[in-house]
Design a protein around this ligand. Structure first.
Ligand code: ZN
Ligand code: ZN
Length: 139
C-alpha cells in the first residue's frame, strides 16, 4: 500500500516527499558498501514522478560493468546520498532508505548480491535472496 514518505539528508539542506510503498531491498554489492560506508545499502524503488525534492542536489554518474549508467544524487553540503536514477530505466528512481524520516516504517523485501555479503551478517532465511543482481530490483 502506498504512503507518503518524507526524508532528507543529514544536514537538512535537502528534503523530499514521495508517494510510494515503504518497501526496500538490501544490496550487498561492493559499490553499495563503498557508497554507504557500511555493510550494505537499502533502496526503495518508486516512480520518479512520485518523488518531489526540495533543495539543491549534486550528481555523480556511476558506470556499471555492464555499461549501464546511474545518476546518483546527493546533498552537496553533507554528502548524504539521496536517490539513484538509472539512465536505462527512465521513470524509476530508488531512494536510499537511510534518508527516510521514519526508517522503522520500512519493510525489507529481500537481499541482492549476497555473494558479496559480509560473513558476520546473518540474513532472515524467510526473505528472498539473490547471489547477484536479479532482473527486477534496480539500484
Ligand atoms: Zn545535507
Ligand atoms: Zn549494490
Amino acid at each position: 500500500m502506498t504512503a507518503t514518505l518524507t526524508g532528507g539528508c543529514q544536514c537538512g539542506a535537502v528534503t523530499y516527499r514521495a508517494v510510494a510503498e515503504p518497501k526496500g531491498y538490501a544490496c550487498h554489492c561492493l559499490d553499495c558498501q563503498k557508497q554507504s560506508s557500511s555493510a550494505f545499502g537499502i533502496s526503495v524503488p518508486m516512480d520518479a514522478a512520485n518523488l518531489a525534492v526540495d533543495g539543491e542536489l549534486g550528481c555523480y554518474t556511476k558506470t556499471a560493468d555492464s555499461g549501464d549508467q546511474t545518476n546518483c544524487y546527493f546533498c552537496p553540503s553533507c554528502g548524504s546520498r539521496i536517490y539513484h536514477k538509472g539512465k536505462s530505466r527512465s521513470g524509476k528512481v530508488t531512494i536510499k532508505a537511510g534518508t527516510l524520516d521514519d526508517t522503522f516504517a520500512l519493510v525489507l523485501t529481500g537481499h541482492v548480491w549476497v555473494s558479496r555479503k559480509q560473513p558476520w551478517l546473518d540474513l532472515d532465511p524467510d526473505l528472498p535472496a539473490w547471489e547477484t543482481q536479479p532482473t527486477s530490483p534496480e539500484e
